[in-house]
Design a protein around this ligand. Structure first.
Ligand SMILES: Nc1nc2c(ncn2[C@@H]2O[C@H](COP(=O)(O)OP(=O)(O)O[C@H]3O[C@H](CO)[C@@H](O)[C@H](O)[C@@H]3O)[C@@H](O)[C@H]2O)c(=O)[nH]1
Length: 252
């Protein structure tokens, strides 16, 4: 299918694990807000039938494709599979969006519009910039997200306020310039990993304020191991960065 979107062919990748109730609402909202984009659902063999539902939709809507994976293997691996799929098919813009309704479809056109500026390589829908907000998010999650982003800022100095955000639009040329085979993060740390890779490759990031809404259906896949992975990797990347800086200073 060829899209008539002014930015070219735009693909939204939605990773799913047990989102049977949320996904139909999200997809309906997405196509109401942006009828000229395409959708790839990357499902990790959800026991609740999410993948089957997406497959049925795909049969009746040519804008929708489904990538079935055999088992739950984390958000990062699902997105990487989706990016590979999309890059092999020549999309111009590749987006990330959660299935659970946290990313409001009405914010999506504003997110994409950030790429109207040719110099922007990645647009991030951000909770932690002026105008951004969260609704009904449990206090401990807000604390974790705010605290995590402060830690990322201190350790990595990326200049991004919401480096863990999962509502994103990448220009494909940016993804092509990255070594995606080296991105090993499984959980939400994947978002920090991608932010870091984009900045280190010289990419330009814009943050667009969004309202992040706590899901109504289903449950978050957040876990202790996801937090541990993020803490561990960000700490290692931070020390590696400082090591590189020190080496440069001593070489002068
Ligand atoms: N295919 C697949 N999808 C997954 C997996 N784990 C999670 N997902 C999907 O990834 C999306 C986000 O997962 P949630 O578990 O709903 O995330 P959250 O708790 O709302 O977390 C939000 O905050 C994080 C921290 O700021 C963000 O990093 C994350 O993107 C999201 O916005 C959902 O569509 C969910 O089904 C997995 O192992 N496999």
């Amino acid at each position: 299918m060829s899209s008539s979107h002014p930015l070219g062919r735009v693909l939204v990748v939605i990773p799913t694990y047990n989102e049977r109730e949320s996904l139909p609402i999200t997809v309906k909202g997405l196509f109401e807000s942006a009828p000229d984009v395409e959708l790839l659902v990357v499902d990790d063999n959800s026991p609740d039938g999410t993948g089957e539902w997406a497959e049925q939709l795909s049969a009746s809507d040519e804008r929708v494709q489904v990538l079935h994976r055999t088992a739950k293997d984390g958000l990062g691996a699902a997105y990487l599979a989706g990016f590979d799929w999309a890059l092999a098919r020549g999309y111009d813009v590749i987006c990330e969006m959660d299935a659970d309704g946290s990313h409001r479809p009405q914010d999506f056109p504003r997110l994409l519009a950030a790429l109207d500026d040719e110099s922007i390589d990645l647009a991030i829908g951000s909770r932690w910039v002026p105008g951004g907000s969260v609704e009904n998010w449990p206090k401990h999650r807000e604390f974790l997200s705010r605290g995590g982003n402060i830690y990322v800022k201190v350790m990595l100095g990326l200049g991004i306020n919401d480096a863990t955000a999962g509502f994103r639009a990448f220009r494909s040329r940016m993804l092509q310039a990255l070594d995606l085979g080296n991105v090993a993060s499984h959980g939400y740390c994947f978002q920090v990993d991608m932010s870091r890779n984009v900045i280190e490759a010289g990419g330009v990031v814009a943050e667009v304020p969004i309202t992040f809404v706590e899901r109504v259906h289903g449950v978050s896949k957040m876990s202790g191991s996801i937090v541990k992975e993020a803490l561990g990797r960000v700490t290692v990347w931070g020390f590696q960065k400082r090591g590189r800086q020190l080496t440069q200073i001593f070489r002068r």
